[in-house]
Ligand binder design. Structure first.
Ligand SMILES: Cc1cc2nc3c(=O)[nH]c(=O)nc-3n(C[C@H](O)[C@H](O)[C@H](O)COP(=O)(O)OP(=O)(O)OC[C@H]3O[C@@H](n4cnc5c(N)ncnc54)[C@H](O)[C@@H]3O)c2cc1C
Length: 541
């Protein structure tokens, strides 16, 4: 229980909240920050008093680096985060490459494609940020057990977690305007709302081992998969000072037996890792699954993170998808609570995020199909096909994919809309940094070498400002502009798609692009309609 929490309350207590979040994993905690920073009254409920300490995520992508940067976490220069300037190799038992993925380059969104970290460290860090937010109440050691919604709000009933303390009793009732279930794979919120899941019927058990080597352990390649049917193995960094090994549990093996410490050391021995050279920090057997919930919002209740989707970790995207959910929900819930958007904007949360997450579920499952093969003949056939395919593309790595949101709050049929925006380094008032850090986030209309405020009519400008948005003229260094495009990235991007205007959303996604002022005026109105904007100003093209 946090200092601000309610540890002293043993009997029924009533809390009023704008948003009650069930589950203080990375997703629920990020959402609490995004709402709490805007002064919303948030109650964050977590069934455990201590942090979850089993091995899970070790890597995140450029979009998450971009999100974390808004919290002041700089993935490029942070002692708890590392990167490896290397590709991601998939090798067969003979050590030949059968697949190569680009985990090396810079992404168009301004950060490296991949970073490595330790999930409990990141969660603790997010929790510390929550501790600084006066409008967020944390209730730890209680679990949500009942949920009922009506037209005005949701009653969420909690009881003290009997597993933590069998003697203690206590119930609490929260009346919240909205409830978000960030309560993991077995989500109580999802189950109570009777939301069905689409299950891909994909199950593989893997033993996960987090190691702290006594001395620096240089492993080359730094991040790779050994697709050996006799023991499919993942060898990756685990954040600064750590390494991760993952071993597939073979069909004839017993998951409980293999989870024992002595089995871990037996499996690690061929890698030269022994109790003399490293500490086994955490170990666990996980069942990798692939599924998603059919809808993510029902009335005043929403689900996010593992509650909404599960994927095998081969693409390192499960937590990333959940943090994107939190970011996509943050601006919507803040806006609904401020009276800017109608609650219907939550429908686009489901339609956009579900399709995006399904893309990564599919991609992770395809990667899983490569490695989760324990039959020697099937592995030989896989090797033959994949080597031929790799050689056809001259051993070029699979590029970082650009994934579009499902239909929602963006203009279909305009170039790059529904995609994460390109980001470059800009300069303004002597400050040179990435665009997000110089300009900030929110609804932003960029005009390239022209004043975007002139492109909108006065009603639209008022509406943009009512949403806390702004216009930004991006120009060449030395020209009259709000920010200078010091790397030329915005000029290259917009010239490639023949556009002069870009409308950015608060989650960095492109809402619309346009070549002419008339087009951006029309698309601005379409976007405002799609977010069910509630500002009184009448719209006129
Ligand atoms: C082996 C492994 C490796 C992985 N590697 C990666 C990776 O490299 N990169 C990546 O992006 N992802 C990875 N993932 C996925 C990632 O760890 C998860 O997607 C992420 O932790 C999900 O976060 P969450 O907040 O949605 O859920 P969780 O972290 O599961 O948090 C849910 C919280 O809700 C609480 N809770 C549940 N029910 C209740 C209730 N009724 N009342 C109160 N509290 C409740 C739980 O106690 C828990 O704290 C990996 C997963 C595994 C298993």
């Amino acid at each position: 229980m946090s200092a601000k929490g309610s540890s002293g309350i043993a009997t029924s207590a009533l809390h009023d909240a704008d948003v009650a979040i069930v589950g203080a994993g990375p997703v629920g905690t990020l959402l609490a920050i995004l709402l709490g920073r805007q002064g919303k009254r948030v109650t964050l409920v977590e069934r455990w008093t201590t942090a979850y300490d089993r091995p899970r995520a070790v890597t995140y992508d450029h979009e998450i680096a971009r999100i974390l940067a808004t919290l002041g976490i700089d993935s490029e220069n942070d002692p708890a985060i590392e990167f490896h300037d290397e590709l991601y190799f998939w090798k067969n038992a003979a050590g030949e490459d059968i697949q190569i993925v680009d985990w090396q380059s810079q992404s168009a969104s301004g950060w490296r494609v991949r970073y490595w970290f330790n999930q409990p460290d990141l969660e603790a860090r997010l929790s510390r940020i929550v501790d600084t937010l006066p409008s967020v109440t944390q209730i730890r050691g209680f679990e949500a057990v009942d949920l009922e919604q009506d037209a005005d709000g949701v009653d969420l009933r909690l009881r003290r977690n009997p597993i933590e303390d069998a003697q203690a009793q206590g119930h609490q009732l929260i009346r919240a305007k909205y409830v978000v279930g960030s309560d993991g794979a077995g989500s109580f919120v999802r189950e109570t709302l009777k939301i069905p899941s689409h299950d891909k019927g994909y199950f593989f058990d893997w033993l996960i081992l987090d190691m702290i080597p006594h001395n620096e352990m240089v492993i080359s390649p730094a991040q790779w998969q050994l697709c050996d049917p006799s023991r499919p193995t993942t060898i990756v960094p685990g954040g600064p000072g750590r390494r991760r090994w993952e071993f597939m549990v073979l069909p004839h093996e017993n998951a409980e037996e293999i989870a024992k410490e002595e089995s871990a050391w037996t499996l690690l021995a061929p890698w030269g890792v022994t109790p003399e050279s490293a500490v086994l920090e955490r170990s666990a057997v996980y069942r990798f699954q692939a599924r998603w919930a059919e809808t993510w919002n029902v009335g005043r209740c929403v689900i996010s993170g593992d509650a909404a989707h599960l994927m095998p970790p081969f693409a390192g995207e499960g937590m990333c998808a959940g943090l994107r959910d939190a970011f996509a929900l943050g601006w919507r819930l803040n806006g609904i609570l401020e009276g800017l958007y109608a609650p219907a904007v939550l429908d686009s949360y489901t339609s956009e995020r579900k399709e995006h997450a399904k893309h990564y579920i599919h991609f992770s499952q395809e990667l899983g199909k490569i490695i989760c093969i324990s039959d020697a003949e099937a592995a030989a056939e896989r090797d033959r096909l994949m080597k031929a395919d790799l050689s056809l593309r001259n051993n070029l790595p699979l590029p970082t994919d650009v994934c579009q949101l499902g239909a929602g709050a963006w203009c279909a049929n305009t170039a790059h809309a529904g995609e994460l925006s390109v980001q470059g380094v800009v300069e303004s008032d002597g400050k040179r940094a990435r665009f997000d850090q110089v300009v900030g986030t929110g609804w932003i209309l960029i005009g390239l070498d022209q004043d975007p405020a002139v492109a909108l009519n006065s009603a639209q400008l008022s509406q943009l400002r009512a949403l806390g948005g702004r216009t930004v003229r991006v120009g060449t260094p030395g020209s009259s502009c709000d920010v200078a495009d010091v790397e030329g990235r915005y000029h290259r991007w917009l010239s490639a798609i023949d556009a002069s205007y870009v409308l950015l959303r608060p989650d960095f996604y492109v809402a619309a692009t346009a070549r002419t002022a008339a087009d951006i005026r029309q698309r601005f109105n379409e976007v405002m309609a799609s977010i069910h904007v509630r500002t009184e100003t009448p719209l006129a093209a």
